[in-house]
Design a protein around this ligand. Structure first.
Ligand code: CMP
Length: 156
């Protein structure tokens, strides 16, 4: 099944000039970019985005960090790709993330870990609705899908 992940380049990634590097990681894997924009996250969006962290001691500082500069929101599509995207991103704590992953290669922190990626199909749907308008999502044929996937995986 084709899946979509919402990926955010967090304020530390924007400040450190890693937007291009991060986009390249997903592009070269064979994923398809179907949405991309720069925006500020609001208190209201973050309350919903991180509702499962509401009781955590770091909730306030997490929201403050996430509003400290614009972020880049992306929507990446691929066959059974939600877990693939999370592997490319690496585990939360940057200093322990596997080398070769984005966090493993570029991050040391548990909070300033450069990037967010959806953890499930339901999570992706919720996040998509929070940051993207329908008109900001693009359906198009990507020619290299012919080579990235088999006919069956492409659903053709
Ligand atoms: P992520 O896993 O994308 O989503 C939850 C975020 O909360 C996480 O990235 C970090 O940015 C942040 N976070 C997780 N654990 C901590 C912590 N112990 N202290 C501060 N921030 C944290």
């Amino acid at each position: 099944m084709m899946q979509r992940s919402v990926v955010l380049v967090k304020p530390d990634g924007v400040q450190r000039g890693l937007i291009g590097e991060i986009v390249t990681r997903f592009e070269r894997k064979g994923l398809k970019l179907v949405g991309l924009k720069m925006m500020y996250l609001t208190d209201e969006i973050l309350d919903q985005w991180y509702v499962h962290h509401k009781e955590k001691p770091f909730f306030g500082s997490l929201k403050h960090f996430m509003m400290s500069s614009p972020i880049v929101a992306m929507l990446w599509e691929g066959y059974e790709s939600i877990d693939t995207v999370r592997k490319l991103v690496g585990i939360t704590k940057g200093r322990e993330a596997e080398c070769g992953s984005i966090r493993g290669d570029f991050a040391m922190s548990q909070s300033n870990n450069l990037i967010h990626a959806s953890d499930s199909v339901e999570g992706a749907k919720k996040e998509l609705d929070l940051v993207f308008e329908p008109s900001e999502i693009f359906e198009y044929d990507k020619d290299d899908y012919l080579h990235v996937y088999s006919q069956e995986e492409r659903g053709k």
